[in-house]
Design a protein around this ligand. Structure first.
Ligand SMILES: Nc1nc2c(ncn2[C@@H]2O[C@H](COP(=O)(O)OP(=O)(O)OP(=O)(O)O)[C@@H](O)[C@H]2O)c(=O)[nH]1
Length: 371
């Protein structure tokens, strides 16, 4: 049931906020999702979120996802079928999943009356989500349907040196400008390292310069090294970026800072409504009148097919689609309703590669697209 705080001024239920967790490998994304999940469950009344795991390679998920990419795509089978290494396998699995994301959105829409938050846990390798066509498709699809916020998880102990702090902030900055969504910097693992020096660097540019100098980035003549000068100039650029950001220190271990994180999410919801939505409407209108739209669509489709390493001329992809149709009947229950894992335990067999390749099944003789 939605909590009363989630009602609009007219008394109707507000749309749930989607929180997309992004962060470097090992920054604590999954632990953070688990922590906010247990926090929301501990509220009075409890407000259990809808959870989606988009990491096909994760071994243990400490929370119980409502939709789990691993139920629909066997990542190891993808590696075998496409002759890929682990990262290529994760990317291809995510691309395959993105082709069916409209079905996932339908499930999310169905649940939107009963939950206040929906949480997406993304793959460990950050670039797989942030720089792939499928990551953009998923983010745009979600953001055009629900208030959406990016929670950028920072591994505080590993970001304590000025150089690593700077790289992490540049990465965050690139994601902010790519998605244009409300953005929260989550300084995680504060039980190990205090984020105060880093927060001070964000507030006061000179403090960051002092930290750089004290690190001793000087050459033999006592002049600042190239690296030092570069970081100095970069920090000037980032100063603007910091003004747009909310930073929240948390510990996913102890739960410290989680209520403050949700305050920032509420502020992000407002920002989504006042800034992102009007911009989305403007872009949509612009696109509708854009004569080159068809060309652009073609271009992004080609990019997407390239990601999938599929020969689009022969349209192997069509073959792949027909494989999916063969298993499609299993996706629906007797009433023709799509099976939602959170309602009935068991997989959501949208693209079960392992299943269609099993001897004796309908997909046994299918030729899979090869790179
Ligand atoms: N001390 C401390 N450790 C944490 C915290 N959050 C996560 N960790 C630890 O950090 C490590 C990585 O956490 P994960 O949640 O797996 O990180 P992730 O970003 O999901 O990892 P990948 O998806 O594999 O990139 C684990 O050993 C966690 O126990 C925290 O707040 N404090």
């Amino acid at each position: 049931m939605a909590s009363s705080s989630a009602l609009t001024s007219e008394g109707s239920k507000k749309k749930p906020v989607v929180i997309i967790t992004i962060g470097m490998a090992g920054s604590g994304k999954t632990t953070f999702v688990q922590r906010i999940n247990s926090y929301l469950n501990s509220l009075s009344p409890p407000s259990p979120p809808y959870k989606l795991n988009l990491d096909p390679a994760v071994i243990n998920v400490p929370f119980d996802p409502n939709i789990d990419i691993r139920d629909t795509i066997d990542f190891k089978e993808v590696m075998k079928q496409y002759n890929l290494g682990p990262n290529g396998g994760i990317l291809t699995a995510l691309n395959l999943f993105a082709t069916k994301f409209d079905q996932v959105l339908n499930l999310m829409e169905k649940r939107s009356d009963t939950v206040d938050y929906m949480i997406l846990d993304t793959p460990g390798q950050i670039e797989i989500f942030t720089w792939s066509a499928s990551g953009a498709i998923i983010t745009d699809a979600v953001a055009s349907s629900f208030p959406t916020v990016v929670a950028y998880i920072i591994d505080t102990p590993r970001t304590a040196a000025p150089a690593t702090f700077m790289s992490n902030m540049l990465y965050a900055c690139s994601i902010l400008y790519k998605t244009k969504l409300p953005f929260i910097l989550v300084f995680n693992k504060t039980d190990v390292t205090s984020p105060e020096p880093m927060l001070e660097w964000m507030r006061d540019f000179e403090e960051f310069q002092k930290a750089l100098t004290s690190e001793g980035h000087r050459d033999a003549d006592g002049e600042p090294t190239y690296m030092n000068s570069l970081m100095n100039s970069m920090s000037l650029v980032l100063d603007e970026f910091y003004k747009e950001l909310k930073a929240v220190p948390v510990s996913s271990y102890t739960g410290a800072g989680i209520p403050e994180f949700f305050k920032a999410v509420e502020a992000a919801r407002q920002e989504y409504e006042t800034e992102y939505l009007p911009e989305l409407a403007r872009v949509t209108q612009e696109r509708a009148s854009d004569r080159k739209l068809a060309e652009k669509k073609e271009e992004s489709l080609n990019r997407f097919m390239k990601d999938l390493s599929v020969d689009s001329k022969r349209s192997q992809f069509e073959k792949w689609s027909s494989v999916d149709e063969e298993v499609e009947e299993d996706d629906y229950d007797d009433d023709g309703e799509y099976i939602d894992r959170s309602e009935e335990k068991g997989p959501v067999p949208m693209i079960d590669i392992g299943k269609v390749r099993k001897p004796g099944t309908a997909g046994e003789h299918i030729n899979w697209p090869k790179p």
